[in-house]
Design a protein around this ligand. Structure first.
Ligand SMILES: [Zn+2]
Length: 222
């Protein structure tokens, strides 16, 4: 676990930061795949964690949530439109044919029926607020701290190529993104905030991010 900003810690859950969680103050953001829950719990051992927040209800973020919530006994929150998926553990996206055989692995996770809605604009942790950033999932949220420009944005943006693991800003893969055009609108809205630090679900932290993110957003198709 590495500190990346005031009261903000990066929890890489797999090599090259290909899957990440974060601790912001006493709030755990995301929990990786179910097999990574133990790593999350080991990373936060000895620290006070009072809430678990999901950027979105996908298997590689909420897969570890069941074990984390059961072990720590803390309430869990996600964007309101992602609650049906949190409650059922079943992602509704159309899994492409080559992956359908594996859809149990890629689409489903242990349900978290007690998950509650995190209101847009609600304060989270040390000075963050929840932003509505749909597209990669219908209820995808990001967390933004204006005073030092720290953004936790889940899979609105990837900072590595998921196949080659080469660092660099990317749109999330279309096969896992039900509405890529809406997601690009979310990218443009986040770029307009001119964040200093961008913390994503997949890929390393992006520091001094504003100009890079602006150029990336400006280069996207409509
Ligand atoms: Zn993801």
């Amino acid at each position: 676990m590495r500190q990346v900003a005031e009261e903000v810690f990066h929890l890489p859950l797999s090599p090259r930061s290909s899957v990440n969680a974060y601790l912001i103050g006493d709030v755990l953001v995301d929990a990786g795949f179910s097999v990574q829950a133990g790593r999350v719990l080991a990373a936060v051992r000895g620290r006070v964690v009072t809430r678990h927040v999901l950027t979105h209800a996908h298997v590689d973020h909420a897969g570890g949530s069941r074990k984390v919530v059961d072990t720590l006994g803390i309430p869990v929150f996600a964007g309101e439109r992602d609650l049906p998926t949190m409650h059922s553990g079943r992602m509704t996206m159309e899994v492409p044919a080559p992956l359908r055989r594996l859809s149990g692995v890629y689409a489903n996770f242990k349900p978290v029926p007690e998950a509650q809605a995190l209101a847009i604009g609600e304060e989270v942790g040390p000075g963050f607020v929840a932003l509505d950033t749909p597209g990669h999932s219908v209820g995808h949220i990001s967390l933004w701290r204006e005073r030092d420009g720290v953004l936790v944005c889940g899979d609105v943006i990837n900072s590595m190529h998921l196949v080659t693991t080469r660092p660099g800003l990317q749109q999330p893969p279309t096969v896992f993104t039900p509405d890529p055009a809406r997601n690009r609108e979310s990218i443009r809205a986040l770029a307009a905030l001119e964040p200093n630090v961008v913390l994503v679900g997949h890929g390393p932290p992006v520091i001094n991010a504003a100009a890079t993110l602006r150029a990336f957003a400006d280069g996207l198709p409509a």
